[in-house]
Design a protein around this ligand. Structure first.
Ligand code: GLN
Length: 384
């Protein structure tokens, strides 16, 4: 039996659809993702904390859920919006349906709404707060709640999703990726225990990042996003990695302070939130984009090589190019809107990208950045 659900936006628009997943009511920033596949990686990406995610692809759930394609141990997003939910998945790796998965994790889903109309609203008005409910179906009340719910600007959303303790990382990439001749066997390679030591500062890190570092032979120690520079340096790393994570980078003063204490001492590599935090630590500014970049088909120009990479992205904030201090250069730009996608300060041995070279899900064009970090770690900082 289908149960109604509603999504109301702060601009007064209300969409009526059908519930899937858990019942209840949530508010969050309504954003959209243009990936055709990878809903499981999106659901488990901690960077979506505080957001209600809409998929633009019209049929979601057709290959089910498997235990391997997770990017964290839980679902951090607030709600999930699709045009049509596939209730009968078919895939040799699937162990349950998307509907059952959302119910198990207490996440509300809505299907059967015109996601094209919703995305056009977000694109014209900008990202908005919305309320998704299966308990209150009164349009006026829902719009009033959407208007009075707080936005994520100025909030620390990292503290909800980062680990409390440090831990050694112990997993490489799927063998399914490494050995296409045995696609029915999904095994991971073990973690490296020699090679350069990377301390990965976890602000809500997608697991495919340390899997890549491990796969390259690095020994990886994951530490909480609140770690100080002294605590990190005491672990004697060869390089420090700054992870992705949710929300506005600006209020994360503890992280910016830590990065300042590492710059020039160890090679630093940042991805997404880590990139924004590196920018802030170098003295640049960040700002909120109108509706963000989320998908697996974002074109990025590598200014140095002249090559275009098709990239996986998930961000709503960006580093302001005009605010970059001398010595820090823009290395990559987004070809859709010319925003900054990568920066480098060679003297300090630090670089970062706004997009996701670990993909998961998405194209693999940007894996070379992990090798670049490896090269940086093999040369002392002063040599950069
Ligand atoms: N994926 C991320 O790390 C996102 C970075 C930041 N929270 C943003 O939305 O811009």
């Amino acid at each position: 039996m289908s149960e109604p659900a509603k999504l109301a936006l702060s601009d007064g628009t209300v969409f009526t659809g059908v519930r899937f997943g858990a019942p209840g009511e949530v508010y969050g920033e309504v954003v959209f993702n243009t990936s055709l596949t990878g809903y499981q990686e999106i659901l488990t990406d901690p960077s979506y904390n505080g957001q209600i995610v809409t998929m633009t692809y019209p049929l979601i759930g057709n290959y089910g859920i498997n235990p391997e394609d997770v990017e964290s141990g839980k679902l951090s997003l607030r709600g999930f919006v699709v045009r049509e939910l596939c209730r009968e998945p078919s895939n040799f790796r699937s162990v349950m349906s998307l509907d059952a998965y959302l119910r198990e994790h207490g996440v509300i889903g809505i299907e059967g709404i015109d996601t094209r109309a919703l995305v056009r609203r977000i694109r014209t008005q900008g990202a908005m707060t919305g309320v998704l409910s299966t308990t209150d179906l009164d349009d006026k009340s829902l719009v009033a709640k959407a208007r009075s719910s707080p936005t994520l600007v100025g909030k620390d959303l990292v503290k909800d999703v980062m680990p409390e303790e440090s831990r050694p990382w112990s997993e490489g990439l799927h063998s399914i990726l490494l050995d296409p001749s045995t696609p029915h066997v999904t095994k991971r390679t073990g973690a490296a225990d020699s090679g350069p030591h990377v301390v990965a500062v976890d602000y809500g890190m997608k697991w495919n990042i340390p899997r890549h570092l491990s796969e390259m032979g690095c020994r990886v120690t994951v530490v909480p996003g609140t770690s100080t520079a002294e605590e990190i340096l005491a672990r004697n790393p060869d390089g420090v990695f700054l992870s992705n994570g949710p929300g506005d980078p600006e209020p994360l003063e503890y992280a910016i302070e830590t990065i300042r204490g590492l710059l020039g001492k160890k090679p630093v590599f940042g991805i997404c939130l880590g990139h924004q935090l590196l920018g802030l630590a170098l003295g640049a500014q960040t700002y909120k984009l109108k509706f963000g970049h989320r998908g697996a088909n974002q074109p990025v120009l590598n200014i140095q090589s002249g090559q275009v990479e098709i990239t996986s992205q998930n961000h709503g904030f960006a580093v302001d190019a005009d605010s970059l201090p001398p010595g820090t250069e823009v290395t990559h730009i987004n070809l859709n809107d010319q925003t900054v996608e990568g920066i480098r300060n060679s003297e300090l041995g630090a670089f970062s990208v706004q997009y996701h070279p670990e993909a998961s899900a998405g194209p693999h064009d940007s894996h070379y950045l992990f090798r670049q970090f490896l090269r940086d770690m093999q040369a002392p900082v002063a040599a950069h």
